[in-house]
Design a protein around this ligand. Structure first.
Ligand code: NIG
Ligand code: FE
Length: 410
């Protein structure tokens, strides 16, 4: 039974629970943490520290945080899209690039041609990278396949990732990410392909945990989104939906009524929509790296929090709107651009992210019996330093199930 004791933690950020106010982030100063068999066995003030264990690690001024829980990524993709990045600098918009056949359709063409093994190797490299940035639980979507075979291929890659990494990975089926050009004159034909061919095979093989649809002008309408969400529900898949990125089409209410797990993006959200999410079982998930990268409104997190609405934060790691899986930067944006307090942002990125993947019982906070997934920072003057120092990588050491998996000490 491997036991590790971490002593003299300057600040042990516990993280708290998903149902307490977002500003409440319990933490212990001058603390110890005991890990046994990959799980948190005990923690408390140094005054109660047990005798040294088989392995004892002395910390000194370091903070210890529960790992980030990144509940929204598209990190299985074939190639980067920096040409579109340059096109945007030259004046084209994200939507205009998509209308010209770039964007998601560009990634779909590349993914359709790529070998499964090659996709897996690239995805595993990205997962390893985000683990070194402190991520300890992850969601990954399909949605660059857009044919039966390629969506299945993508979901199988996600399954292989699940089997190979030591962190929990949730898979979301996003067949309704964009309309393939061959269905331009037959939108219902593509929706039938999703609901009658892809979904039965995906659920038959147990390849997805959730269903998603991109409800947006130029992508899928509210009625089409409802069709997808309800078809997913018939196969036992709860929805995590891309909505309100550029326009509000009424999808938030539709998601709340259908008990969706999360609604994601929310750059554009009105009071009525905020109220409909309040006291619902649908969690708002904000992705501020997307407006940072492609321009546009940031999520009005302050308005949501002041209305009493809890939120989660995630990266949206994908080649088009967010080529980054760095949660620490998401927290900086959440504070600087969305008006979140550091405590709120940390909670949104840990326990709320875990809730956005239904993993809150085992991940997302420092609690006895939970997985020992956490990271250690260098000595910091205060908690707020983490989102403040936006250019520094403050994840000095990352631990997964109590094991050191990344060490950047110089
Ligand atoms: O969440 N908005 C839709 N999907 C992704 C971007 C996909 C892409 O551009 O490849 C997002 O931003
Ligand atoms: Fe996304």
């Amino acid at each position: 039974m491997p036991v590790t004791l971490f002593r003299n933690i300057a600040c042990l950020v516990l993280g708290g629970t998903a149902d307490t106010p977002m500003q409440e982030l319990p933490a212990l100063e001058d603390a110890f943490l005991l890990v046994e068999d990959g799980k948190i066995k005990d923690f408390g003030p140094m005054a109660n520290c047990p005798p040294n264990a088989a392995q004892t690690i002395e910390l000194n001024g370091n903070y210890l945080f529960p790992s980030w829980c990144d509940s929204h990524t598209h990190l299985v993709f074939a190639e980067s899209r920096e040409k579109e990045f340059v096109d945007r600098i030259r004046g084209l918009s994200y939507e205009e690039i998509a209308r010209r056949g770039g964007g998601i359709l560009n990634s779909a063409r590349k993914l359709q041609q790529a070998e499964e093994q090659e996709l897996l190797e690239r995805a595993l490299m990205r997962v390893e990278e985000v683990i070194s940035y402190g991520t300890g639980a992850l969601e990954i979507k399909s949605g660059y396949g857009l044919t039966v075979e390629s969506e299945l291929k993508m979901l199988r890659v996600i399954r292989s990732v699940k089997e190979r990494v030591n962190i929990p990975v949730k898979a979301t089926f996003l067949g309704a990410h964009a309309l393939p050009p061959e269905y331009k004159a037959d939108r219902q034909g593509y929706l039938r392909l999703i609901t009658e061919e892809m979904l039965p095979r995906i659920s038959g093989e147990g390849l997805a945990d959730y269903i998603d649809v991109f409800c947006e002008k130029g992508f899928f309408s509210l009625e089409e989104a409802i069709q997808v969400i309800e078809a997913g529900a018939r196969h036992g898949l709860r929805a995590k939906v891309h909505t309100n990125q550029f326009n509000s089409l009424g999808c938030i209410q539709a998601c709340v009524e259908r008990n969706a797990l999360t609604v994601d993006h929310l750059e554009v959200i009105n009071e009525e929509e905020i109220q409909s999410l309040k006291n619902s079982d649908t969690l708002a998930t904000l992705l501020p790296s997307a407006p940072f990268f492609i321009g546009g409104h940031y999520q009005p997190a302050r308005r949501m929090l002041d209305a009493g609405l809890p939120v989660a934060l995630a990266t949206d790691y994908n080649p088009g709107s967010t080529p980054s899986g760095k949660m620490q930067f998401v927290l900086s944006l959440a504070c600087i651009k969305c008006g979140m307090l550091p405590e709120e942002a940390i909670k949104a990125a840990t326990i709320m992210g875990a809730k956005a993947m239904e993993l809150q019982d085992d991940y997302g906070s420092i609690e006895k019996g939970k997985a020992a997934n956490f990271f250690v920072t260098p000595p910091m003057p205060s908690l707020a330093y983490l989102p403040y120092a936006f250019g520094s990588d403050l994840v000095e050491r990352a631990y997964i199930r109590g094991e050191l998996v990344a060490d950047k000490r110089r």
